[in-house]
Design a protein around this ligand. Sequence first.
Ligand code: HPA
Length: 241
Amino acid sequence: MATPHISAPEGAFAPSILLPGDPLRARYIAETFLDNAVEVTSVRNMLGFTGSYRGTAVSTMGTGMGMPSASIYLTELTRFYGVKRLVRVGSCGGISTDVKMREVILAIGASTDSGTNRTRYNGWDYAATANFDLLRAASDAAAAMGIRTHVGNLHSSDLFYNTYQNSLEVWKRMGILAVEMEAASLYAIAAEERAQALAIVTVSDHLVTGEETSSAERERTFDGMVKIALEALRNTPEPGA
Ligand code: HPA
């Protein structure tokens, strides 16, 4: 069975998946962290792999950037391929000065300026929230590894180059920790499809201080986030299990 955007047979994906935005990051995760990983899809170069991590079957696949792209892959993975536990591993722009460069945020919720969740939710405001079991497992795994995390609200933006003038002030006022572009849809799709989801993001640039990371630094911090995600997946039971 193939879907319009995934060319894999039924059963090609594990119930647990790691979701970077960049498909080459999915390949890196497969090659670096998974045992016996095989490529299962490559439509539009949106690469997906399945292997195992310490005995637990795990897949990884890119989502592309932004909620419209991510929504396509996330819906097909959950609705047609039986994916039940989804962890985004991505980067974000820091908003709160409490979060420092390269620190990790576990998103308990994701606010958004996107119309995608309003469209899903009858024009109302859906509270896009993480799965508690995954969040707790990620928090525990990070603590065990000595990695500091922040738990709070992200803003999932439709525009990377956003031009509305007061957005930063609004985000700061509402206690938003950081901005990224996928978490709100991830949480809403997981709710619709009865799956569990968590977004883990690392601060790659800071909108208030103006700091930026080099790509080499981003790679190093990426590994810590992936390890947290893999341990969280390994330690969270499947829904209904
Ligand atoms: N905006 C949106 N997404 C991001 C950013 C940003 O500044 N940095 C990393 N992902």
